[in-house]
Write a protein that binds this ligand. Structure first.
Ligand code: MG
Length: 389
């Protein structure tokens, strides 16, 4: 059967997920074409990617690199633009079928909203979009032709476990976590760990920000909120389980007592391939397949909410709703950036987030402008707390 080639927009093409998405696009040249590439500031890699996959357009978000990128691609005929307004505009182009949102943090929100409004298929890798503004995204999706397919491995697992199932039959979503590099470290030692220690993730190779989020387990709190919106369940219907082997990517428990799990090697190419192939599992691959040796021993344990307090913070923020998760995300972005520069201790990340949440005014039922204002206010409070630290 011949299929139409889908034009893909890759937002965050130079990051870890973006690069792996381009691998998958290259693996199926008859099915996909990279039509738009967007990077924040990695100009040289963006130029290299543009020369290799010849998109219609590239955008370098940071305006300081615009002329450099434009001049480097002058002979190619590729359109070059800059700035966040250009991204929000470009994703609405009628030629684009699927938008892969793989930017880091809050910066993914505006363009994701624009893509939803334009009715695009969205392969969502930017989980912060749903953490910050899940309520608003949920409302927008209800009035739109747009569909959101998860790229996150855990949410890809939930999605696969739920194919053919009814939402009302779900008892619980069992969200698995590797536990990060400090899973077995005594709590008292956490204050002494460095950014270099935290960047050594045991199973997954990822960007710096998400690797720190994984070490604090903030990432798992974010994923709980992401799942809450993607699958329409309440926060307390999602249970986190530490599974250090990262082979079971997540499970769904049903009301009849059955539990379905999705397994695979810890390789982000798999969930990206699944998300790009939807609505079915059409993308066969000659990638390495899992064998019995990969899952001879699978273990599960309960997470330590005392050692990793951001898990509890995330549940509290999700139950409160409104702008609470937006504040948590903003404070986390500031605190993680400071920790990566060795300006604060690992455990200060917890304190800065908690204090920022106490000090930032709360808005119930926020609209887009409330998120923008709250994000700015929370970042400024978190910056002051970081500087005082
Ligand atoms: Mg994940």
């Amino acid at each position: 059967m011949t299929q139409k080639c889908r034009n893909i927009a890759v937002l965050g093409s130079t990051g870890s997920i973006g690069r792996q998405t381009l691998d998958i696009i290259a693996e199926y040249p008859n099915l996909f074409k990279a039509w738009l590439l967007v990077a924040r500031s990695s100009a040289d890699l963006l130029i290299q990617q543009a020369r290799a996959c010849r998109p219609h357009m590239v955008i370098i978000a940071d305006e300081r690199y615009y002329e450099y990128v434009r001049d480097a691609l002058e002979d190619t005929g590729i359109e070059v633009a800059t700035g966040s307004a250009a991204i929000a505009q470009a994703v609405t182009a009628p030629e684009i079928d699927t938008v892969v949102t793989a930017m880091v943090g809050y910066s993914g929100l505006e363009s994701t909203i624009a893509a939803i409004r334009a009715g695009k298929r969205i392969a969502l890798a930017n989980k912060e979009t749903l953490v910050v503004a899940g309520e608003l995204i949920d409302r927008l999706l209800q009035g739109s032709e747009s569909v959101l397919y998860p790229v996150d491995s855990e949410h890809g697992a939930f999605y696969q476990c739920l194919v053919g199932e009814r939402k009302e039959d779900i008892d619980k979503l069992l969200l698995t976590a590797s536990g990060g590099p400090f899973r077995t470290m005594p709590k008292e030692q956490l204050s002494t760990v460095t950014a270099a220690d935290a960047l050594k993730h045991p199973n997954w190779s990822m960007g710096a920000k998400i690797t720190i989020d994984s070490a604090t387990m903030m990432n798992k709190g974010f994923e709980m909120i992401e799942a809450r919106w993607l699958f329409g369940v309440m926060p307390d219907d999602i249970e986190i389980l530490v599974h250090p082997q990262s082979i079971v990517h997540s499970m769904v428990a049903f009301k009849d007592g059955s539990v379905k799990a999705q397994l695979g090697l810890p390789d982000m190419h798999l969930p990206i391939r699944y998300a790009l192939g939807l609505p079915d599992r059409r993308l066969a691959s000659d990638c390495r397949k899992m064998t019995i040796d990969d899952f001879a021993t699978l273990t599960f344990e309960r997470p330590d909410f005392d050692k990793f307090p951001l898990l509890g913070t995330a549940y509290a923020a999700a139950r409160t709703g409104g702008t609470a998760p937006c504040v948590m995300n903003a404070a986390n972005e500031i605190a993680v950036a400071a920790f990566l520069k060795d300006k604060i201790k690992f455990t200060d990340i917890f304190k800065i987030i908690e204090k920022t949440m106490e000090q930032t005014p709360h808005v119930n039922h926020p609209g887009y402008n409330d998120y923008v204002a709250t994000n700015a206010a929370a970042r400024s409070i978190a910056e002051q707390l970081t500087a005082k630290n």
